[in-house]
Ligand binder design. Structure first.
Ligand code: FEO
Length: 395
């Protein structure tokens, strides 16, 4: 097993089988469920793994400690991709003490019927393992109510739960300095925006609690162990949780016969000619909304357009706007356009999403296209693209 530092071992597993994380989010590069084992006078496991991987997990643990007992299991997060092996670990190690907070234990009972052998900790509490000392910091709502993080104070390791995590299995290497990290950066943004994105304020509160603490290793529950890039990773989470963006524009559209797509092309060209360099465009029926959400977190400007369908909004656009509305995204600009063959609806439905849920700053005049682009609606599309460009430049 991989020793990270000073008898702290990686004992996690990789999932390259699942298509959709949480049944929702594509995993083109897989995902890892990270668990860590501290081999000291008292042996301590930090989090478990999804239950399907229990056999591999147990082998990993035994490779480090053989037949010795585990004294403690710290549960930083109860979501079942990490707590899933809790009940089985208890069967193999009946004397193990489970460390968590009050909310952890309510969930442990609810999910697994575990009610005994619990050791409750509060913010700032410490536990001595021998050469290692653990202290616990409560970080509620990152992104569940029971979430906490655990500091190992001798080697300055933070076991951070989902915080600082990202999608992507670990293909051999575990610590960032031993692997090519290129593929992980955008997947970190997609992971953050999709899974944690709604909880910017709790993430900011958690980051404030870590200010001034030396952190040499970030051991999250997904993705690489961060050592060389600790500062960069904290910076990414800080930026995203403040809803800070790069200059740029996301244009996404639904289209049935190409008319709405042509309008999107006109808008994009106008925005480009007005000076916007970062423009990404997506057909919402082709690209999974998790990638669009990711780019909305990266770029301040968003223009959406869709046809009317069944006298309502084109379904895939409705799904995207619903997902965006669920994330309380701040400091963004929105322009929109819509089309119809015989019943005008898309434009007013998009406006309703923004008025009632999204609350992005309205930018430019919405454009409505009946059946196909005309010289007049083409001019309106160009004006919308230019208005977004001008507003982006003024930010
Ligand atoms: Fe990776 Fe919130 O579970």
């Amino acid at each position: 097993m991989k020793e990270i530092v000073n008898k702290i071992y990686y004992v996690g597993v990789n999932d390259r089988n699942k298509n959709l994380f949480e049944g929702l989010w594509p995993l083109p590069n897989g995902v890892s469920y990270n668990s860590y084992l501290i081999d000291d006078e008292k042996v301590c496991l930090i989090d478990t793994v999804e239950v399907d991987f229990f056999v591999q997990f147990l082998e990993n643990i035994r490779e480090v400690i053989g037949d010795r007992k585990i004294d403690f299991l710290v549960v930083n997060h109860m979501e079942p991709d990490h707590s899933g092996s809790l009940a089985l670990i208890r069967k193999y190690y009946p004397d193990i003490k489970i460390i968590g907070n009050k909310k952890t234990f309510q969930m442990a009972e609810g999910f697994y019927g575990v009610i005994n052998g619990l050791l409750e900790v509060k913010n700032g509490d410490t536990i001595e393992l021998g050469n290692h000392t653990l202290s616990f910091v409560m970080t509620p709502m990152v992104h569940w109510p029971e979430t906490m993080v655990t500091l190992e104070n001798t080697s300055h390791v933070l076991f951070s739960g989902d915080a600082f995590g990202c999608f992507g299995a670990l293909n051999g290497g575990v610590v960032d300095s031993q692997i090519n990290t290129d593929t992980f950066w955008l997947e970190m943004v997609r992971y953050y925006s999709n899974i944690v994105g709604k909880y910017g304020t709790p993430v900011q509160n958690a980051l404030k609690k870590l200010v001034g603490i030396r952190l040499d290793y970030l051991c999250a529950t997904h993705g690489p162990v961060w050592h060389e890039y600790v500062e960069k990773v904290i910076g990414i989470y800080d930026t995203l949780s403040k809803y800070e963006t790069e200059p740029g524009l996301v244009i996404c559209y639904g289209t049935m016969y190409g008319n709405t797509e042509r309008a999107a092309e006109v808008i994009a060209r106008a925005a480009s000619e007005a000076g916007v360099k970062n423009i990404v465009m997506y057909n919402v029926s082709k690209t999974h909304h998790s990638y669009i959400i990711r780019d909305v977190f990266r770029y301040r400007g968003l223009i959406v357009g869709a046809p009317t369908y069944n006298t309502g909004l084109y379904h895939e656009m409705d799904v995207l706007l619903s997902e965006l509305a669920g994330r309380d995204i701040k400091n963004h600009l929105l322009g929109w356009f819509g089309s119809y063959g015989w019943a005008s609806k898309a434009v007013t439905e998009i406006q309703k999403w923004n008025d009632e849920k999204l609350h992005f700053e309205v930018t430019g005049e919405p454009v409505e296209i009946k059946q196909s682009l005309t010289p007049e609606t083409k001019t309106q599309c160009e004006a919308l693209g230019r208005a977004m460009a001008e507003r982006l430049k003024a930010v």
